[in-house]
Design a protein around this ligand. Structure first.
Ligand code: BT5
Length: 347
């Protein structure tokens, strides 16, 4: 748990002692643990324990006080608190160096970028309950309502040459798709370059931002926006036909903490695998999720629109399109609309 520098509103997180009490109570689920025992383990007074129990309650934890019996953890709030994400997190470095938590922030990518400039270690994570200036590619905005999604950025310092950093954006998309699929019985798809779809609608997006010189990458910020618990009516009307949430697809609310932890875990796996030359593995995985290749698509790049058959992805991540005249075009960036996706509305 960390305090973070800079950023709208500053990081909000409970104290280290409150975190220690939480760990003790969490280790004894359903049981009362006496104030005396907690005080002894932590070498603090029972009054201090009481004070921090009150603090935890203010952060939304349900803790019963049973007089002489002590304290019992009854419920955990649905918040992306670092202590919750880190409990049971088995990664080597992502989320280990620090998770910076905000109730509200402009953009988690912006905070992660500031941290990158300040020399924060690889694996630093920024997470917010809400973003007021969440962003997509090309300065588009990303709708990030409070406590409904996962708005999270991971600072990475890859040893890849700048020309290969694009691979990380595909790796992040695969990591998010895998994480969703491993926790929920949903068919997750990726639309080039990295829209994550469920039921033909966008459930998550990835924004990779890079600070590099010609021959050296300083850092990369992998931004992940995942709609978790919005209901259909929550969506702004302009997004309703194109966007969805896991809750909508699954039919029940989902645990954002479990998802965040799973995403960090699979992101680290993909990242480490890439570092060990696992490009072929990445493309194989990506293809398993891909919904673009073999479809008639429209690619919008700036003001141009191209229609054609998506025939493949180059090793540089470019989309290959066979145009009606038979020519072949390659796209390094753009927005794809799928024509005639079976059973799904076109996205
Ligand atoms: C993306 O851009 O899909 C990248 C989104 C990345 C968001 C994360 S949240 C954490 C981190 N901090 C940030 O500030 N950003 C990252 P793009 O492919 O350009 O898609 C943007 C378009 O998706 C918008 O123009 C809308 O049409 C649509 N959109 C906006 N909010 C959405 C949402 N919550 N769910 C689905 N679609 C959305």
């Amino acid at each position: 748990m960390q305090a973070a520098a800079g950023g709208a509103g500053g990081a909000v997180v409970f104290s280290r002692l409150a975190g220690e009490i939480l760990d003790i109570l969490r280790a004894r689920p359903g049981e009362y643990v006496s104030g005396e025992e907690i005080a002894r383990q932590m070498s603090v007074t029972r009054t201090a324990i009481w004070k921090h129990i009150r603090e935890l309650r203010e952060f939304g934890y349900g803790i019963s006080a049973g007089g002489k019996l002590g304290y019992r953890l009854d419920s955990i709030p649905d918040r992306l608190y670092p202590a919750e994400i880190q409990a049971g997190l088995t990664t080597q470095f992502i989320g280990r160096a620090g998770i910076h938590y905000y109730r509200e922030v402009g953009s988690t990518n912006e905070i992660a970028r500031e941290l990158g400039e300040q020399g924060a270690p690889a694996g630093t994570v920024v997470v917010a309950e809400a973003q007021v200036q969440g962003r997509g590619r090309l300065r588009r905005s990303w709708w990030s309502p409070p406590e409904k999604g996962i708005w999270m950025s991971v600072l990475l310092r890859p040893g890849l040459p700048p020309g290969e950093v694009f691979l990380l954006s595909f790796a992040t998309a695969v990591a998010v798709a895998r994480a969703i699929g491993s926790l929920l019985p949903l068919e997750v798809r990726i639309k080039w370059p990295n829209d994550i779809l469920v039921g033909g609608k966008k459930v998550a997006g990835i924004l990779l931002e890079i600070k590099a010189e010609l021959d050296q990458v300083h850092y990369v910020v992998a931004g992940i926006g995942l709609n978790a618990n919005q209901e259909e009516v929550d969506f702004p009307s302009e997004l309703r036909s194109r966007a969805t949430s896991l809750r909508q697809a699954f039919g029940r609310p989902v645990s954002r903490v479990h998802l965040a932890r799973e995403i960090l875990t699979s992101l680290e796996e993909e990242y480490l695998s890439l570092g060990h030359g696992g490009r072929e593995r990445l493309w194989q995985e990506w293809r398993q999720f891909d919904v673009t290749i073999g479809r008639q698509v429209e690619v919008v790049t700036g003001t141009e629109v191209y229609a054609g058959l998506a025939t493949g992805i180059t090793p540089e991540g470019k989309l290959v399109l066979k145009l009606p005249g038979g020519e072949v075009a390659e796209f390094a960036a753009g927005d794809v609309t799928l024509a005639g996706v079976r059973g799904n509305p076109a996205t």
